[in-house]
Design a protein around this ligand. Sequence first.
Ligand code: LLP
Length: 426
Amino acid sequence: PRNTVRGADGALVVAGLGVRDLAAEFGTPVYVLDEDDLRSRCRDFRAAFPTEDVYYAGKAFLCRAVVRMIAEEGMFLDVCSGGELAVALAGGMPPERIGFHGNNKSEAELRRALDAGVGRIIVDSFAEIDRLTALARERGVRPRVLIRVTVGVEAHTHEFIATAHEDQKFGFSLAGGAAIAAALRILDEDALELRGLHSHIGSQIFDTSGFEVSARRVLALQAQIRDARGVELPELDLGGGFGIAYTTQDDPSAPHDLAKRLRKIVDSECAAERLAVPQLSIEPGRAIVGPAVFTLYQVGTVKDVDGIRTYVSVDGGMSDNIRTALYDASYSATLASRASTAEPMLARVVGKHCESGDIVVKDEFLPADVQPGDLVAVPGTGAYCRSMASNYNHVPRPPVVAVRDGRARLIVRRETEADLLALDVG
Ligand code: LLP
C-alpha cells in the first residue's frame, strides 16, 4: 500500500499504525486495507476516465465499508451474484450505478435486480433474454441491458490470443453469429432497452493490444447492428482485467496511459466504421483493491529442509490466499515486525493447511534470523484473496481492518469456530 513505511525500529508502519500494534489488537492473520490507497486508486481511474463510467468489479473484494468508499469516490459497481448485489445495496450503492453480470443468473436474482432497479443487466444467453423479458413484462418495466459478447480474444499477463472462436461459457459468440442474433432479438422484441455491447477479455493484463482486437471486433458488430436496424447503441463496456504489480518485475500502465490507449483504439475503430463514439465504461477490480491490502501473518515454525531451502510456516495459508496454489501466482513477503541485519536466505512461505501445495510465497529471500513470533507481510492481497477465502481445515477466515490517518477500523470481523459450528446442524 501507498502509505506504508518502515518506522524507526524497523517495523512496518501503515497509515501511521505499527504492524505489531495491529497484530496485538486484531490478531493474525489479518488483511490490512489502506483506505487512502484504495480511494486514491479510485480517484486515479476517475481522473483518467472522467467522461466514462468506472465500475469497480466487486468480485475482487466486497463488503459494506468498501461499497461506501467506492460510492463516495463516484464509482459504479459491477456485481455478479445475488450475494454481491445484497452487499452492494446494504452498503448504500445507488441501484442505478450497479451493473449485474453472470452467465447463470437465477430467476430469483433477476427478480431482485429488477425490483432494486439496477442500472444495467449484462445479458449472457438466449435463455436469460427470455427469462428477463418475461419478468420485465410481468412487472411493467423495461430494464437496460448490455450484451456480453465473446470476441475470441483471450488475454493474460503478457500475451493474448485472438481466435475466430472461443470455447467458453461466457457471453454470445461473435464468430458463430449468436451475438448479432441476440442484439436483433432484443431490438425487435422491445421488452428490454438495449444500451450496448460488453466484452471482457481476461485478467491481470499488461499488453493492451488484446483490447485493440476486442474493440475492433465489437465495434464491427455495432456497425452490423446499425446496418441491420438503423440504430447505434449508445454504450460500450470494455471490461476489466488491468494488471497490477505483484512482484517488482511487473510493470502495469497508469490509468492515465490506459485511458489514452483505450480511447485511441475506440476512436479509430469508430472512424473506420463511421460510427459515433459510444459512451465507454470499464470494470477494474484488481487494479482498485489489489495493491491497497497486505496480509499480516505470524510465523509459527521455521524448518530447514536438507539445506535446500527454509520453510517458514505462517498462521494462515491457502484458505486466505488460494491464488498461489490455484494460479501459480507470484507474491512477495517481507519481515514486518522488526529490522534485521541477518543475511538473506531463500525461503518458502507456507501455510498451516494439510497439503503440500499450501504455499503463500514460493520463493522469497527473508533474513536468516526469521523466527517464530515474527510478523510477515504479504502485499498485493486485496483482490481475490478474502473474496476467494475458504474454511479449509475449519480454519476461520481472517478479518479485514481498514487503516487511515492513524486509526484502525474493523470492517469484516474474524470468523470464529462458533461461526463454523453454527452451520453444522446435523
Ligand atoms: N468484468 C468482468 C466481466 C469480469 O469477469 C471480471 C473478472 C472483471 C470485470 C474484473 O477483472 P479484474 O480487473 O479484477 O482483473 N480469480 C482470478 C480473477 C478472476 C477474474 C474474473 N473476472 C484471480 O484471482 O486472478
